[in-house]
Design a protein around this ligand. Sequence first.
Ligand SMILES: [Fe+2]
Length: 454
Amino acid sequence: MSNSLDIKWPMSLGSPAGSLEAKLPRPKDIGTEIPDPQRYFCKDFMQKEWELLWPKVWLLAGVTPDIKEPGDFITHRHGHEEFLIVRHEDNKIRSFYNVCPHRGKRVCQIEQGNVPKFSCPFHGWQFLTDGSLASITDEETYDADLIAHRPGLTEIRCETIGGLIFINMDGNAPPLREWIGLPEGYIENYEIEKMNVIRHVRTEWLANWKTGVDAFYESYHLPHIHPQTQGVMEDFVQVDLYPNGFSRMIVPIGVKSHRVEDQETIDPYQTFMMMEAGIDADGFKGSAKDVRVAIQKAKRERGLKFGLNFYDNLTDGQLTDSWATGFFPNVQIGMHPEGVFLMRFVPHATDPERFYYDTMTMFRYVNDPSYTVPGWMGLPEGMDVTGSIRPEIEHFSADMDANLGEVLNQDVDLIASVQQGVRSRGFNGPLWCEQEDRIRHLHREIDRYINQDK
Ligand SMILES: [Fe+2]
C-alpha cells in the first residue's frame, strides 16, 4: 500500500484525460478582476439578480425520491417565489407557481405531501395535479368571459437529471442538459434517485447568499477555521472549472493534510473511518498515509458484497473523496457513494444580507447492520435512515442554534462576520487566489447574466 497522492499546488489526482476525475486545464483567461463588493449587500444588485439571474437559471427544486407516487408533491421557496413540484397520474413531474390565479393566495399551505387535488383555502377553487382547473366555487356568479380560459396554476419548465429536479421560470432558457456544465454521467453515476432524504434543514444566515456560496467554494480556509479537519482531509484540493459557471473541488478524504508534520501516526478520525468501512483498525499494519487507499479497497469489496453495481462507474478516489460540485449559481452538492449532501444558498425575499442555507442529507439505505450512515453526515441520534419516513423540514431562524455540527457551526459564525466586513467602507473587493478559482468562475458567470450577455 502506498499513498497515491502527490500533494502540491496546483493539485491533481493524476487521472488520465477523459476520466471524469481528470484535472481540467486552468482557463487562460480566468482573469484577476476585483469585483465591487456592493454585490454582497446592495439592494440594487439584489434587484438585478431578481430580474436578470434567477428567472433565467435552472434552480434545484428537489429530488425525485421525494415524489415517487402520483399526487406526491413538494414545495420550494426561493426569495419571494414559492413553487409546487408535483407528480401527476401520467407520472410526469410538473412545476407551478404556488399561487391561486383567482386572488394570488398560496394554494398549497404545506411543504410536502400527497393530494388528489389542490384546494385553495381562500375561496375553495380546486386544481388537478397537472395544474388544470378542476372547479370554481359558485361559478354561476362569474361573468363567463372572465373565466373562459379556465384559469389553472401557472406552469413553469421542469426537467430532471440523475434524480435531481430543476425548474426554470424563463421560457427561453436552453434545455437543462445543455445548460448543465457537467459532463454526462457525472451526476448520474451516483444514482441519487436511489437515495432518500433523511434530513432536511433550512437555516437563516446573516449574510448575502453569495457570501455563503463563496465560503463553501474553497478549502483555503480549512486549516484556519476548521483545524480539526487536518487529521482526515487534504486542503489542497483538485479544482476544476466547467462551462456555464459549474465547478468542482475534489477533497481527498482519509488522509492527513500535508500541513501536518506527522504523516505516520494514524489520526483517531482515520481509525473511525476505517471502522466505518469495515476494516479491522486494531489489526491495521499501515501508517496514516495508507489509510485512504485501504478504505477504498474495503469499500470496493463491500460494494460487491452488497450488490452496489454503480460502484463500477466510480473511480477509487470517488469511494473516499468528496466531489464538492458547484451547480451554478446557488447550489453545492458534496457527492459520496453512500449519500450526498445538497446545499442550496437561497436568497431572502427582501434583505440582501440574509439567506437560507437549505440542506438535504441523502442516504442510500443498505439493509445490513454493518452498513451504517457515514459519520460525516452528522446525523442526530434516533433518526430514520431507511427512507420509509420523509422527514419534515426543520426550520431555524438566525437567532436559533440549528445544531448543524461543529464544522458548519464554525461556518455560521465565519460567514456572518465576513458579511459585516465586506460592507465596510474599508473593504475594496475580494482578492481571490488560484485556490479560490471556483469563486472567481462563479462571479464571472453571474456578471454575464447581470450584464445581459446571457
Ligand atoms: Fe468552512
